[in-house]
Ligand binder design. Structure first.
Ligand SMILES: C[S@@+](CC[C@H](N)C(=O)[O-])C[C@H]1O[C@@H](n2cnc3c(N)ncnc32)[C@H](O)[C@@H]1O
Length: 337
């Protein structure tokens, strides 16, 4: 339910017409091209199914927001409805900006019917949309928080709670395709190493893995205000043993984990300029930065004051518009030999 409310609110705010269902391809070639975008989604006739989650513990912090309480999970964002709504909207913005949901050459396989893992699925907008689009395939979403829908979902989509840096609760060689996006603020260096080992284990030989992350430290055409924001974030991540340049490091890390045939597609995404995608992406950037203010403020005490911080982020937005700043978006895909 939250999924559709969030989507409708997004659509009405942006006047963007995004649709889950097919009309015609927006790109003539390449895998993962999305279908054009001309109507609001309808619900599936197969929406009610049981799901398996386990009881979860959350903690309320000083900012009044709910966070994950598992000390082995390093995720920095809150685990509440506002953050879930942001991540839903972020999915539609990325899909609109990239005009695709994935990069690996798996379209035919998805149409025929394969088993897919969405690792760190969050509120699962990607998983749900892919489940609707490819009814012959089976989708499993896993996340450390049970922020995914428990009951309203297509029959070919299942979810479970798991820490991907501990153990992914599936046997060896289960999945034909694994998708993982935007774990940059969730995994330490050790977590990345363990998660890649686990992802390798559960992927079938010949199967594809796709990992998508932005370079959040070094933006293109970055002015001094955004430089301060990005480098504060980078220092904050390093102080927690989390890699701010994971988007760049993944090439080596994926190789070390044993994957082969690694391909990289890097796309510079506009931040607050040039086109609708740029303005929408800025909206998400601002929302994300407001939601991680407490950890940013721990590095820069001026930002303890919400109004000061918000004013600063707004000034960053103006700077990005003037300088035509871009975020480099890295999508890797590779195979298990
Ligand atoms: C920014 S959200 C991205 C969600 C989704 N992949 C997408 O792109 O829409 C990151 C998600 O990773 C999850 N996460 C963080 N650390 C995790 C871990 N160690 N194991 C499993 N999930 C984790 C968080 O709970 C959150 O839902």
């Amino acid at each position: 339910m939250v999924f559709f409310i969030a989507l409708q609110s997004f659509l009405s705010k942006t006047k963007t017409k995004l649709v889950v269902f097919k009309k015609k391809k927006s790109r003539s070639s390449g895998d993962g091209g999305v279908d054009v975008l001309s109507d609001v989604p309808t619900t599936s006739s197969e929406t009610i199914a049981a799901s398996t989650t386990k009881d979860q513990k959350f903690q309320l912090r000083e900012d009044g927001r709910k966070y994950h309480a598992d000390e082995k999970v390093s995720y920095l964002f809150p685990s509440d409805d506002d953050e879930a709504d942001r991540v839903h909207q972020q999915h539609w913005i990325l899909r609109y900006a990239l005009q695709r949901n994935y990069h690996a050459p798996v379209t035919q396989l998805l149409q025929q019917g394969i088993t897919v893992l969405d690792s760190g699925c969050g509120p699962a907008t990607w998983t749900l949309e892919m489940g609707e689009t490819y009814p012959n395939s089976k989708f499993h979403g896993i996340d450390a928080s049970s922020v995914f829908p428990e009951t309203i979902k297509p029959a070919n989509v299942e979810f479970c709670v798991a820490n991907i840096a501990e153990r992914i609760p599936f046997p060896d060689n289960t999945f034909d395709y694994i998708h993982q996006r935007l774990l940059i603020l969730g995994l330490t260096n050790n977590d990345w190493e363990n998660a890649l080992k686990e992802l390798y284990r559960v992927l079938k030989p010949g199967g594809y893995i796709e990992i998508v992350e932005p370079d959040m430290q070094d933006l293109c055409n970055m002015g001094p205000l955004l430089h301060k924001t990005q480098y504060t974030m980078s220092e904050m991540l390093l102080s927690r043993n989390m890699p701010p340049k994971i988007a760049i490091e993944l090439q080596d890390r994926i190789t070390r984990a044993g994957f082969v045939n690694i391909e990289l597609q890097m796309t510079p995404l506009h931040l607050n300029h040039t086109d609708k995608a740029g303005y929408l992406l800025w909206g998400d950037y601002k929302h994300a930065y407001l939601n991680i203010r407490p950890v940013m403020a721990a590095r820069n005490p001026e930002w303890q004051d919400v109004q000061v911080y918000e004013k600063y982020i707004d000034a960053c937005g103006k700077e990005a518009e003037t300088n035509k700043t871009c975020v480099n978006w890295y999508a890797y895909y590779a195979q298990k030999p």
